[in-house]
Design a protein around this ligand. Structure first.
Ligand code: F6R
Length: 586
């Protein structure tokens, strides 16, 4: 949700910020802008649309200190006026987050005669800081923060000063320590290859950076220290490496993700086991794709360890009455580790004395600072907005977690087989014909039973997200209770059938769709299903594997299906409309 970056040093600030914004673009791509300090004055450029539109203006800038922003619109439509940075008086700011009391603040400032140029919640920040500024920028930023309700990661320039001030509350800010230069950013990926060490700011922290100093303050303007950590952002994660899109590049990284997740998980085994020892109830949570992984996690725990489990979307869970009478653990699943709903749900459970485990591939993220134990997903950075390899890593980690709790570590051998089976799936499956059917359909429905239903939901989300074709996921058993009314010759139903124990039942649902002239595609590793439906449905064949690990194969096939469909329709799978990676606002 909005990417922000600041730089101060000896280099060309505009060029460095432009490169940083390109790396941050997955966090929002409605509009972009930057402000550069030149001869004591702040020069700004903004543009509606993608970051690359700023490229033509770079030659007009020569300063060494600046801030930039790539926007995912919350308050105010995507437009030049609403693009950041926002300036008032001597102050220029970029902001990620939501200022919940902006309307009240704006009214107060308007009554004072101040004029607003945008519809954003962020513009009040520039007005407030300017009002408080009396020669000390950090003091003015602290006073402003006192008046803000909501979430913010904000960077601020002040005319005449080669320095950047930052404030953080519930939106991430990373300080990057370079050689004779310093950076501030919403995300470590913006700092890939730029500096060796980073500091992760905590809520309530403020920072003031110049080319030669980086100071962190608390709300009382007392200087504080934060740990210096190695910068883990890999420049290779930001390169397409010969692939046309990040989505397909990252899909092909699923085998390595699972392999590396096994190694990382084994390194944390004892901690995970002791965190869950004696637990009587487990609540799984996450949003979007991570929630779909949670559904699989619940099945694994129930099946292997026989511990009662629940799942809920994090955004729902955090507003429900907590029932923590029994010894309860929360397992929060999040790729970014920064999703506001998931982080807040974890904070809530933690505050009630529950054990919190975070399943994530973002080592310095907010969720890791709340969790008792991190269950590592070794996916590296995921740049495509649609989750792919992170889901594979989450499934592998949850399967191992459940096996560990159930004292069935012999199951790990089956996971170790999966990287080569995922690779085989990606190499062998022929998805084009089904992708063409999807592209021509008025609606695409995804159906499955038990664990296949969890995958069906993921397949449906992925297709909608990148190709904008309407549809939904259902348990195949529910078809006849309503959704069957949607089926006609213009629709496609994609069945996931990997469980030999209930495949006959799922095939029954296939027949019901075929009888209504609906088109059908079946993703299966079961030879009997293939035989029964050959010639009547598109068959996407998977290698055989343990039914509980089949999501690693069937979801890879569905992710590829969504990708190919998007490409056929001319949609950009890496930057779906209206979306952004890492949803740090409610
Ligand atoms: C779908 C997708 C989203 C995310 C969701 C949670 O392809 O990427 O649904 O899964 O926004 O994000 P994280 O995992 O970062 O908490």
């Amino acid at each position: 949700m909005c990417g922000i970056i600041g730089y101060t040093g000896g280099g060309n600030a505009a060029q460095i910020i432009y490169e940083g914004l390109k790396n941050l673009e997955y966090r929002g791509y409605d509009s972009a802008g930057m402000a550069i300090m030149e001869n004591g004055a702040c020069k700004t450029v903004k543009s509606c649309g993608r970051v690359e539109k700023l490229g033509a203006s770079l030659r007009f800038f020569g300063g060494h200190t600046g801030i930039g922003h790539t926007r995912w619109a919350t308050h105010g439509k995507p437009s030049n006026a609403n693009a950041h940075p926002h300036t008032y008086g001597r102050i220029t700011v970029v902001h990620n987050g939501i200022i919940e009391n902006y309307a009240e603040l704006r009214q107060r400032l308007t009554e004072r005669g101040e004029i607003f140029l945008s519809e954003t919640d962020s513009e009040v920040i520039a007005h407030l800081i300017d009002g408080f500024y009396d020669g000390d920028l950090i003091e003015a930023v602290i006073k402003c923060a006192d008046m803000l309700k909501g979430s913010y990661a904000l960077l601020c320039l002040c005319e005449g000063k080669e320095e950047i001030a930052a404030a953080k509350c519930r939106s991430p800010v990373i300080l990057g320590l370079g050689e004779n230069c310093n950076y501030l950013a919403s995300d470590m990926t913006a700092l890939a290859g730029k500096c060796k060490e980073v500091c992760v700011l905590e809520d309530g922290d403020f920072a003031l950076v110049t080319p030669l100093s980086a100071k962190i303050y608390d709300g009382g303007k007392r200087e504080i220290t934060r740990a210096y950590l190695p910068n883990l952002a890999e420049p290779s994660a930001l390169a397409l490496g010969g692939f046309p899109h990040f989505m397909v590049k990252e899909l092909w990284e699923a085998p390595a993700t699972v392999k590396n997740t096994i190694t990382a998980f084994c390194g944390q085994k004892d901690l995970i086991k002791s965190a869950l020892s004696g637990v009587r109830r487990i609540v799984f949570t996450g949003c979007g794709t991570a929630y779909h992984a949670a559904l699989a996690g619940k099945r694994y725990i129930e099946e292997f360890a026989h511990i009662p489990c629940e799942t809920d979307y994090a955004g729902e869970l955090r507003y429900k009455t907590l029932n923590v009478a029994e010894k309860t653990a929360l397992i929060a699943i999040t790729q970014s580790g920064e999703t506001a709903d998931t982080v807040e749900a974890a904070r809530l459970y933690k505050s009630q004395g529950c054990t919190v485990l975070a399943v994530t591939n973002s080592p310095y993220s907010a969720i890791t600072r709340i969790a008792d134990v991190v269950v590592p997903v070794a996916a590296g950075a995921e740049i495509g907005v649609a989750a792919t390899k992170s889901y594979s890593g989450q499934i592998a980690a949850l399967y191992m977690l459940a096996s560990l709790v159930a004292e069935k570590e012999e199951n790990f051998a089956a996971v170790a087989e999966m990287p080569k089976l995922i690779l085989k799936t990606l190499e062998k499956i022929d998805i084009y014909a089904t992708a063409r059917l999807c592209a021509e359909s008025s609606g695409v429905y995804f159906l499955g039973r038990d664990i296949d239903y969890a995958v069906a939901l993921e397949g449906s989300l992925k297709l909608k997200e990148v190709s904008y074709i309407p549809g939904c996921g259902y348990p195949a058993s529910e078809l006849k209770h309503g959704p069957l009314a949607l089926i006609d010759g213009s629709t496609l139903s994609v069945f996931v059938i990997t469980d030999p124990d209930i495949s006959v039942k799922a095939e029954g649902a296939v027949e019901q769709v075929l009888a209504r002239r609906g088109k059908v595609a079946v993703i299966t590793g079961l030879p009997g299903v293939k035989h029964d439906l050959k010639g009547r449905a598109e068959i996407i064949e998977l290698p055989r594997c343990d039914k509980y690990l089949s999501p690693l194969l069937s979801a890879a096939a569905l992710q590829l299906l969504a990708y190919r469909t998007a490409v056929i329709l001319g949609c950009d799978p890496d930057k779906p409309r209206n979306l952004a990676k890492s949803v740090t606002v409610e």
